[in-house]
Design a protein around this ligand. Structure first.
Ligand SMILES: NC(=O)c1ccc[n+]([C@@H]2O[C@H](COP(=O)([O-])OP(=O)(O)OC[C@H]3O[C@@H](n4cnc5c(N)ncnc54)[C@H](O)[C@@H]3O)[C@@H](O)[C@H]2O)c1
Length: 268
């Protein structure tokens, strides 16, 4: 037993949990990085609202996200559709009364092509989810947080929000755009009790990499691993530690930053 449990039993929760009773909204929370962040936030005492376009995966994932002492709800929502995001945020506020933390994480990979061969459809699909989706979320989250005069937003960018990557111009442009949105909103809301930051993960071992043809092709996987000085892929749980840090008071003096969690990828 920790020393304070005997001495201050009533304050144990406050000492231990970094997000006790906060309302945390996470897009793309049924899989990979988003799910790991949802579980980590739930363990830190938060009530969780997961928004995802895949209700088929809901039951299994939500079982992991629901902890003993928190509430967790699922909202079916395609972040690329402005009106769906608006009603998702309304549902969060109707359910929990407020919105304290938002993780705009939903994202997809796309058609691998050089810019000169990229189809318009392939371009628009990735921009629609990975850039417009983040704008749609921030637009409605910030309206609510401005009413509260408090809140924290964390946007999931990427190392590819910092540098280029051949055949992924749509993804790279969207992730650079997410950093621009992050910095601009941070400036606009710095005096309203709202912090806005981003995370730039290196390649993380999630279902996204399998569908993107990386982890299911050994040669490609080894090439990608080799781009990281640590010579391994990251884990979703490692990114979740960065999310919790940015979501809670530990990062109170940080806004407009994009932290790199990338096994050294960008140091080369
Ligand atoms: N895995 C990596 O290597 C890596 C690296 C850097 C950044 N990221 C970013 O991290 C985020 C999460 O990626 P992941 O690797 O966990 O992927 P993932 O495929 O495991 O999870 C993504 C989740 O987002 C959901 N989603 C996709 N489109 C959506 C939409 N339009 N509306 C609502 N939900 C939607 C999916 O259903 C899924 O649950 C993405 O933004 C991705 O670009 C991933």
């Amino acid at each position: 037993m920790a020393f304070y449990e005997g001495v201050f039993p009533l304050t144990k929760n406050r000492i231990m949990k970094k997000l006790a009773n906060r309302t945390v909204f996470i897009t793309g929370g049924l899989s990979g990085i988003g799910k790991a962040c949802a579980i980590a936030a739930a363990k830190e005492g938060a009530n969780i609202a997961v928004a995802d376009r895949k209700p088929a995966d809901e039951a299994e994932a939500m079982k992991d996200i629901k902890q003993e002492n928190n509430k967790a709800i699922f909202i079916e929502c395609d972040v690329s559709v402005f009106a769906q995001v608006e009603s998702a945020i309304e549902k969060v506020v109707n359910t929990f009364g407020r919105l304290d933390v938002a993780l705009n994480n939903a994202g997809i990979g796309g058609e691998p092509n050089k810019v000169g061969d990229m189809t318009e459809e392939g371009w628009l699909k990735v921009i629609g989810v990975n850039l417009n989706g983040v704008f749609n979320c921030m637009r409605h989250e910030l309206a609510q947080m401005a009413k509260q005069q408090s809140g924290v937003i964390v946007n999931m960018s990427s190392i590819l929000g910092r540098v280029g990557f051949a055949t992924s111009s749509h993804y790279v442009a969207a992730k650079h755009g997410v950093i621009g949105l992050t910095q601009t909103a941070a400036l606009e809301y710095a005096m309203e009790g709202i912090r806005v930051n981003a995370i730039c993960p290196g390649f993380i071992d999630t279902p996204l990499l399998a569908t993107g043809g990386i982890t299911d092709h050994e040669e490609v996987k080894q090439h990608i691993i080799g781009l990281h000085p640590m010579k391994r892929l990251g884990k979703s749980e490692e990114i979740a530690t960065g999310f919790i840090f940015l979501a809670c008071e530990d990062s109170d003096f940080m806004t407009g930053t994009a932290i790199e969690m990338d096994g050294g990828y960008l140091a080369i």
